[in-house]
Design a protein around this ligand. Structure first.
Ligand code: AMP
Ligand code: MG
Length: 404
């Protein structure tokens, strides 16, 4: 059996990242992966400006601590004032450009304005530079603001917009074909026959793929037969980067995925030392000469499918997209539970963060209990054979890092 790390290494080594790019409007680029470094063509902020509503002054004019100075102008944000006449103050509003000659801003709460005399009493001795945001203090013109391989979240888009980038080069969306094996599978909305179950993996896996920005071709349920599985693979192989399936990857008589992939391409079936989710199939589908689609077959048990997606498929998809960060980092957290009979395999336990900042364990860790994934805040990555005593520090992978 391969360890989880070895299996992941195999996948990432076999990956050929997609290199086709799209130019997309920055407004529409959420979740895409940046294809090239982006530099700023300007300083941000572009000019010295005030951080407060108040009065722009020359610090030397205010050294008495109660200077009375005539008001010479008014500068709202977006407008350019005149150079400040020595011995006067300028009314100024947050974000407005500092007029030439001024070297500090005094906030309005420290000043009083006499309308009749058109004078301002400055009850403060400002230091030079006070309340001034300097040009370029956030970003220097010419510097790299976002590097290739960055997944674009809200804050990256805000940063790109702050330097005026209206569009961005991104890796084209991955085309992923999915299908679900199992004669027992029924779609919600249909009546459940005796012996049947609803196809929950279809909904879960589509959701996971959507969050990663994939274009999905959903071939639906496929019966447990070699011919039907081969036919689905041929369809899925066409024009897709990746084929993802659920179920049928064990080695029982009703598990047709392994021989089907072997007939339509080539396959590695791995027994991976993880729990849940032991069997994982990886290979390629397609004829000689054509661009082949990668193939990953996930186990059918819903929690196994979910966990193996997060541990293996998600990093593989991120690598295909050329994303820099593929493997999530683990956080050291305190276990507030005991785990006295660990498996010899690397376990991924469903846990939740409690009010004391520790982790509670979902009582039923069975691979069919999807409730644990909804109840939980993440997974504990527990090394093979490791017992856990309450108070121990464990490796925690939060869903907030795994599910975006
Ligand atoms: P398999 O991997 O095909 O041997 O399936 C293992 C278990 O997962 C069986 O109990 C199946 O009924 C169940 N299962 C397989 N596919 C799905 C699915 N798409 N949704 C929910 N359960 C499934
Ligand atoms: Mg099956």
């Amino acid at each position: 059996m391969l360890s989880a790390e070895e299996a992941l290494r195999h996948l990432l080594d076999a990956c050929r990242p997609v290199t086709d790019t799209d130019i997309v409007a920055t407004l529409d680029a959420t979740g895409r992966v940046l294809a090239a470094d982006q530099r700023s063509g300007l300083d941000v902020p572009p000019m010295d400006n005030t951080q407060m509503d108040g009065y722009a002054v020359r610090a030397v004019d205010c050294e008495s601590g109660e200077a009375v100075l005539p008001l010479s102008q008014r500068i709202p944000a977006g407008h350019v004032g005149e150079p400040l006449k020595p011995g006067t103050v300028a009314r100024i509003f947050t974000g407005a450009m500092i007029p030439a000659g001024a070297d500090a801003v005094v906030m309005q709460e420290q000043c009083s304005f006499d309308q009749g005399a058109n004078c301002v009493t400055v009850n403060h001795m400002p230091k030079a530079g006070e309340w001034i945001r300097r040009a370029g203090e956030d970003i220097r013109s010419g510097s790299v603001i976002l590097s290739a391989g960055t997944r674009l979240r809200a804050q990256e888009l805000g940063l790109a917009a702050s330097v005026g980038l209206a569009s961005l080069p991104v890796v084209r969306r991955l085309r992923v074909a999915v299908f679900f094996t199992g004669d027992e599978l029924t779609m919600p909305g249909e009546a459940l026959r005796p012996g049947a179950i609803y196809n929950s993996n279809r909904f879960m896996l589509r959701g996971l793929l959507q969050q990663l920005g994939c274009e999905i071709t959903d071939l639906g349920n496929v019966p447990d037969s070699l011919d039907a599985t081969r036919e689905a693979l041929r369809t899925a192989g066409n024009g897709h980067d990746l084929i993802l399936t659920s179920g049928g990857v064990s080695v029982g008589e009703e598990d047709h995925v392994k021989p089907a992939v072997e007939a339509e391409g080539r396959l590695n079936l791995w027994q991976i030392a993880i729990k849940p989710g032991k069997p994982l199939a990886f290979g390629e589908v397609g004829k000689k000469g054509d661009r082949k689609a990668f193939f990953i077959g996930l186990p059918g048990n819903p929690v196994s499918s979910f966990v193996t997606f997060l541990v293996f498929v998600r990093p593989f998809i991120l690598a295909l997209q050329g994303a820099r960060q593929q493997v999530p980092r683990a956080y050291a957290m305190r276990a507030d539970f005991n785990w006295t009979k660990p498996d010899r395999r690397n376990e991924f336990l469903r846990v939740r963060i409690n009010e004391r900042g520790g982790l509670d364990l979902f009582p039923n860790q069975s691979s069919g209990v999807l409730t644990s994934t909804v109840w939980g805040d993440g997974l504990v990555d527990n090394p093979p054979g490791q017992t856990i005593n309450a108070g121990d520090i464990v490796n925690f992978l939060p869903f907030t890092d795994l599910l975006y």
